[in-house]
Design a binder for this molecule. Structure first.
Ligand code: FRU
Length: 501
């Protein structure tokens, strides 16, 4: 099959399947120098259907090599979301005393003559670095018929109790289990029935320990929970997190049950989970999400592929005025995509002027630091042209950061896609820092060193590449700006336009 990576909306540095449907990232594990990325995949259609695990690997988090489908549906059902671990000590007995990879995932089996299905957990193992997988003969390894929704197992090694822990979504709560061999699972506890947001069904949990920045010896457990779309919620599907303690059996939320912490304030970051085993090998805790939203996931106007991942993000915990919060930054590895660098310093931005009028680009990284002044609003208009523009702005009156994609390009495929949405953000010493990543069909915004993140898809017209730096109702100081045109990861295969000054 010839793949057209140069389709005007094909992401040029975000992961996409070669063709057909992609949703959640699955089974992410770092092993022998490779980041594995499996994903929910329908290999025969650009809409969701019988799920398989697609597979790709990367050594640098930038270039991904597509590999054959890793897991196919079998007599236990289709392959829903799940995780993978390195079984270093061969606790499973699958690896003749050596290390190997074990995947833990949901299988969904239709119950004949009904609309119902069973969701049960299975495992498979690989002795060849994830290239081929063998389903365990004793599958499924965990079921509980009381729950209709019972899926998305994330497994971690809990060193203090020397046991594997599984955290699993069961409708309106999480169930936790433990095991010494990845095959037999014992119920440990439940979490969440009355905690956080329940705007939709709970899905795709993750649980991990992170140090708190600048506080040596201080660590907290982070519990991530995605919540599915609900017709009544304009936001659609999104992801929340909890900060707390975990003793190997029970997770305790350190915040009140009514407190809701959002991982991303944009519309298109769902089902994100982190890589296993990278952190233990000196690496960071890295998350990747599905850059889409169940509200319109099946009808976004892409091409022979449908669905992309967010950029990978390095997670850390930071003590802020309102408590410990998760912060996200794009790993340094991605700076190899920079093709050029333009810089501005100490410029006063006035209404009606555009210091960036001579620049354009569809693949960009922008870093800007503003000092608040009299402007009521300021920011960037991106992917401008032929009536298209996407605004990334700060409303200084309300203290809110926003993305406005109402005129971003194709929006009318769903009534709630063309929207402006915002989140509260205070200046730090009167300054607002923005880091913006622009690709052919997305904007990712990291504010104040990753304290607030917004991820949005956009579908602009080809050639809409203009950039404006604007201020309204007064002036704002641009203390510094770096503009990096980025290279496509397909540079050798495609001729891509480069932004020119
Ligand atoms: C989340 C999700 C999971 C499920 C998978 C099916 O997006 O609904 O709960 O395992 O997608 O593709």
């Amino acid at each position: 099959m010839t793949i057209n990576y140069d389709h005007p909306l094909r992401p040029q540095y975000h992961f996409t399947p070669e063709a057909n449907w992609l949703n959640d990232p699955n089974g992410m594990v770092y092993y022998e120098g490779e980041y594995h990325l499996f994903y929910q995949h329908h290999p025969a259609s650009t809409i969701w259907g019988p799920m398989h695990w697609g597979h790709a690997v990367s050594r640098d988090l930038v270039h991904w090599e597509h590999l054959p489908i890793a897991l196919y549906p079998d007599h236990n059902g289709t392959i829903f979301s799940g995780s993978a671990v390195v079984d270093w000590e061969d606790t499973s007995g699958f690896f003749d005393g050596k290390a190997g990879l074990v995947a833990i995932y949901t299988q969904t089996l239709d119950i004949p003559d009904t609309d119902l299905s069973k969701q049960r957990q299975s495992i498979a193992y690989s002795k060849d670095n994830g290239r081929t997988w063998t389903a365990y003969a004793g599958n499924p390894v965990l079921s509980d018929e009381r729950f209709v929704d019972f899926r998305d197992p994330k497994v971690l090694w809990h060193a203090a109790s020397a046991r594997w822990i599984m955290v699993l979504a069961a409708g309106d709560r999480l169930c936790l289990y433990y095991s010494t061999d990845l095959k037999e699972w014992t119920f440990a506890s439940e979490f969440g029935e009355k905690e956080g947001s329940h705007d939709g069904v709970w899905e795709c949990p993750d649980l991990f320990l992170l140090p708190v920045e600048g506080q040596p010896g201080s660590e907290k457990w982070v519990l991530i929970v995605s919540i599915g779309d609900d017709e009544g919620q304009p936001e659609g599907s999104r992801t929340q997190y909890f900060i707390g303690d975990f003793d190997g059996v029970t997770f305790t939320n350190n915040n009140g049950p009514e407190s809701v912490l959002w991982l991303d304030h944009g519309r298109d970051n769902y089902a994100g989970v982190t890589w296993s085993d990278a952190q233990g090998q000196g690496g960071a805790r890295l998350l990747i999400g599905w850059m889409n939203n169940w509200k319109y996931a099946n009808i976004i106007p892409t091409g022979e592929w449908r669905g992309a991942m967010t950029l990978p993000r390095k997670l850390s915990l930071r003590m802020q005025e309102d408590g410990i919060r998760l912060v996200q930054e794009v790993p340094r590895e991605l700076s190899v995509m920079r093709a050029d660098r333009h810089e501005l310093r100490d410029e006063q931005i006035k209404p009606g002027s555009n210091l960036l009028h001579s620049y354009k680009g569809e693949l960009l990284e922008i870093e800007a630091e503003f000092e608040l002044d009299s402007a009521l609003e300021f920011g960037f208009k991106l992917r401008m042209g032929s009536g298209n523009e996407t605004i990334v702005g700060y409303n200084a009156v309300d203290g809110e950061l926003f993305i406005d994609r109402t005129r971003s390009g194709a929006v009318d495929f769903h009534p709630q896609f063309g929207c402006r949405h915002s989140a509260p953000l205070d200046g730090e010493n009167g300054r607002i820092k923005l880091q913006i990543w622009v690709d052919r069909s997305s904007i990712e915004l990291f504010a104040n060193d990753g304290a607030l993140v917004m991820t949005d898809q956009i579908f602009p017209l080809k050639g809409a590449e203009g950039i404006e730096l604007y201020a309204e109702g007064g002036t704002v100081w641009l203390r510094s700006l770096q503009l990096y045109p980025l290279k496509s990861v397909y540079a050798a295969a495609n001729i891509t336009e480069k932004a020119t000054p």
